[in-house]
Ligand binder design. Structure first.
Ligand SMILES: Cc1cc2nc3c(=O)[nH]c(=O)nc-3n(C[C@H](O)[C@H](O)[C@H](O)COP(=O)(O)OP(=O)(O)OC[C@H]3O[C@@H](n4cnc5c(N)ncnc54)[C@H](O)[C@@H]3O)c2cc1C
Length: 548
C-alpha cells in the first residue's frame, strides 16, 4: 500500500508556553514599582519565569481535567468526608504557599508594599490555575482574625497557620506544617442574605467568645472542604455568630461535618466546592454572639479584592494567548495583527488592561496604607467597585480573546476555553454583582470621609482631559441623590474614573488620553490612533518577545 500525505500543516500558531509572565507585562511591571513593591521585582521575575513555563501550565491543565473526588466513606464503611485531588493540585498549592500568596502581608515585619507584592504574585499564579486561589484567598483573609482570636484549645495551630508550607495530610492542625482555612456562609435559602441562615448553635456550657457550641444545620456551598477549619455563620440566642469549626476536635476525633456532594461546576473544576451538613459539630465562637456579620465582612473585603485580582490575571493570560496567536496566524495574506479591524480590537483590549492594572495596584497600595483615613475610605468604596467591574468585564473580555483564536479558541486544547468557563464565578461568589453595587452605595452613604476622598483623588487630575472632567461632573451630580436603581452605573463610573485618574497621573499623556477617549467619551467606539496602538501593543506583547 502506498502512503499518501493528505496535507501539510501550516499557518497553525505554536502555543504560548514559555514566556515570563511578569517581564512580559509592561503595565504590571510599572504598577508594582510605582505602588511600593519595587523591592520584589527580582523575585516576581523569577516567579513569572517559572509560572510561564510549559511544565507549570501543564499542572494547571491537569488539575482541571482531573477534578477532585469526594470520599464519603473508607473501604470499611467508616465515614471519611475527605476529598482526593490530582497530584498537580498539590504541586500548585505548594507553589502558592512557597510564594507566600496566602500570608505575605501578615508575616512579622512585613515590608511596606507587601500587599502590592502579594497582589502581583496572585495575578501571576492566576494565569496558570485559578481554582487553587480559592483556598489561598480564604486562608489569607482568615489569618488576621484567627491570629487575634484563635480559641484557646487551638493555640498550637497558629504556628502552622503562619508557615509557608502546604500540608495536605488529614491530621489535627497542631501536627501539621501548614493549614488551610475555609469559610461557610451560604445556605440553601440564601447566600446574599445570610441573616436568613438557619444553622443554629447552642453553647455546650457557657456562652460567649472562645466558648464551644454545638452546631446543627447545613451549608449549601462549602468550598475547600478539606480545609483544617472553616469560619462559619450560625444563629445564636444573641443573633448571628461567627464560629471556628475545626476538622479535628482537640481530643483528635473528627468533627461531625458531613460532606454530602461536590458541586458540578462549568469552571473552577480543580477546586472542590461541597455541600455540608453539621450533625452536632462543635464550633468555637469568635467574638460575641450577634457579631458574626461584622467578623465575616472584615474578611469579605479581602476576598473580594482577590476576586478582582483573579479575574485580572485570567484576563491578562487570555490577552497574552490571543496576542501570541494573532502575531502568528495569517488570513487573507496578512498576519491577523496587521488586519486593521483585529489590530483595533486587540489594541483596545490591551489599552483596557493598562487602566485596569493601574487601578488595581493603586487599590493594593491602599491596603498597604490602611492606617490612613484617606486610604481606608479609598478601600471601602473601591474594593466592591473593583470586584464588580473587573469580574464582569472579564466575562466579555475572555470571549473576545477566545474569538481572536477562531475555532481553536473554542476547543478545550486552547487555554481560552478554560479561562472562559472560569470567569463568571468571580463575579458570583463573595457577593454577586448587584450586592457589590449596593455595598458601594452603602459606603457612599455611610462611610465617613468618602466624599472628601473622592474629591481629593479626582480633583487632583481635573483639567487634564475633557472626557475625564465631564464624567467626574456627571458622577458628582449622580452622587447628590444616588438611587439604588443606578447602583451599577455609579459603581462602573467610579471604577472608570479611578483607572483614568491613575493613568492621567502616571501613564504617558497620549496613552492616558486615548484611554479616556475610549472609555469615557459618551460617543464611544472612537478608533485608537495608530501611534497609541503601536505603543500599547508593544507594552503588552512582551509575551511574544520574551517567549524562550
Ligand atoms: C463555585 C462556588 C463556590 C462557592 N463557595 C462558597 C463558600 O465556600 N462559602 C460560602 O459561604 N459561599 C460560597 N459560594 C456561594 C456564593 O457566595 C453565593 O452563591 C453568592 O453569595 C450568591 O448567593 P445565592 O447563590 O444565594 O444567590 P442569591 O442571594 O439568591 O442572589 C441571586 C441574585 O440576586 C441578586 N440580589 C440579591 N439581593 C439583591 C438585592 N437586594 N437587589 C438586587 N439584586 C439582588 C444577587 O446579586 C444575585 O445576582 C460559592 C458559590 C459558587 C458558585
Amino acid at each position: 500500500m502506498t502512503y499518501r500525505q493528505t496535507h501539510t500543516v501550516f499557518n497553525q500558531p505554536i502555543p504560548l508556553n514559555n514566556s515570563n509572565l511578569f517581564l512580559s507585562d509592561g503595565a504590571l511591571r510599572d504598577a508594582v514599582a510605582r505602588e511600593g513593591a519595587g523591592w520584589d521585582v527580582e523575585l516576581l521575575a523569577s516567579i513569572g519565569q517559572q509560572l510561564g513555563a510549559a511544565e507549570s501550565l501543564e499542572l494547571g491543565r491537569l488539575a482541571n481535567t482531573h477534578p477532585p473526588e469526594l470520599l464519603r466513606y473508607d473501604p470499611g464503611g467508616r465515614r471519611l468526608d475527605d476529598v482526593r485531588f490530582h497530584p498537580a493540585w498539590h504541586l500548585l498549592m505548594q507553589g502558592l504557599c512557597a510564594n507566600r500568596v496566602h500570608n505575605l502581608p501578615w508575616q512579622e515585619a512585613a515590608r511596606k508594599g507587601a500587599f502590592v507584592a502579594r497582589a502581583a504574585r496572585f495575578v501571576l499564579h492566576a494565569q496558570v490555575e485559578a481554582g487553587t486561589l480559592c483556598p489561598i484567598t480564604m486562608t489569607f483573609a482568615a489569618t488576621p482574625l484567627l491570629s487575634a482570636s484563635m480559641p484557646a484549645p487551638f493555640s498550637a495551630w497558629l504556628k502552622p497557620l503562619h508557615s509557608d508550607r502546604y500540608d495536605a495530610h488529614l491530621q489535627p492542625g497542631e501536627r501539621k506544617r501548614g493549614l488551610l482555612i475555609g469559610m461557610g456562609m451560604t445556605e440553601k435559602q440564601g447566600g446574599s442574605d445570610v441573616l436568613s441562615n438557619t444553622t443554629h448553635a447552642m453553647p455546650l456550657a457557657q456562652r460567649g467568645p472562645g466558648e464551644p457550641y454545638r452546631l446543627v444545620g447545613h451549608k449549601w456551598f462549602f468550598s475547600v472542604p478539606q480545609s483544617d477549619a472553616h469560619l462559619i455563620l450560625a444563629q445564636t440566642k444573641g443573633g448571628i455568630g461567627c464560629f471556628f469549626l475545626p476538622r479535628f476536635l482537640p481530643d483528635g476525633v473528627r468533627n461531625a461535618v458531613r460532606l454530602e456532594r461536590l458541586k458540578d461546576k462549568p469552571g473552577n473544576r480543580a477546586n472542590a466546592s461541597a455541600e455540608a451538613e453539621f450533625d452536632g459539630a462543635i464550633g468555637w465562637l469568635i467574638g460575641e454572639e450577634g457579631e458574626g456579620m461584622r467578623q465575616i465582612l472584615k474578611m469579605g473585603s479581602m476576598t473580594r479584592f482577590d476576586c478582582a485580582l483573579g479575574s485580572h490575571g485570567l484576563m491578562r493570560r487570555a490577552l497574552s494567548v490571543a496576542l501570541y496567536h494573532v502575531h502568528q496566524r495569517q488570513a487573507f495574506g496578512k498576519h491577523l495583527i496587521d488586519q486593521p479591524l483585529m489590530r483595533q480590537q486587540i489594541g483596545r483590549m490591551a489599552l483596557w488592561m493598562e487602566g485596569q492594572t493601574a487601578f488595581l495596584f493603586r487599590l493594593a497600595r491602599a491596603w498597604d496604607s490602611r492606617d490612613s483615613e484617606h486610604e481606608r475610605a479609598y478601600l471601602r468604596v473601591f474594593t466592591p467597585a473593583a470586584k464588580f467591574t473587573v469580574c464582569r468585564a472579564g466575562i466579555d473580555f475572555a470571549a473576545e480573546c477566545m474569538e481572536a483564536l477562531g475555532g481553536n479558541g473554542y476547543c478545550e486544547e486552547s487555554e481560552l476555553a478554560r479561562i472562559y468557563r472560569e470567569m463568571p464565578v468571580n463575579s458570583i461568589w463573595e457577593g454577586a454583582g448587584n450586592i457589590m453595587c449596593l455595598d458601594v452605595l452603602r459606603a457612599l452613604a455611610k462611610h465617613p470621609g468618602i466624599v472628601d476622598m473622592l474629591n481629593a483623588e479626582f480633583d487632583e487630575v481635573r483639567g487634564q482631559n475633557r472626557h475625564f472632567d465631564r464624567a467626574w461632573r456627571q458622577l458628582q451630580q449622580r452622587l447628590r441623590t444616588p438611587r439604588e436603581s443606578q447602583g451599577r452605573v455609579i459603581t462602573r463610573q467610579l471604577a472608570q474614573l479611578a483607572s483614568a485618574a491613575q493613568l492621567l497621573r502616571y501613564a504617558s499623556p497620549p496613552l492616558a488620553a486615548e484611554w479616556c477617549r475610549m472609555v469615557l467619551d459618551p460617543r464611544g467606539e472612537a478608533m485608537l490612533a495608530e501611534r497609541t496602538l503601536d505603543d500599547v501593543l508593544l507594552r503588552a506583547t512582551g509575551a511574544v518577545a520574551v517567549q524562550t
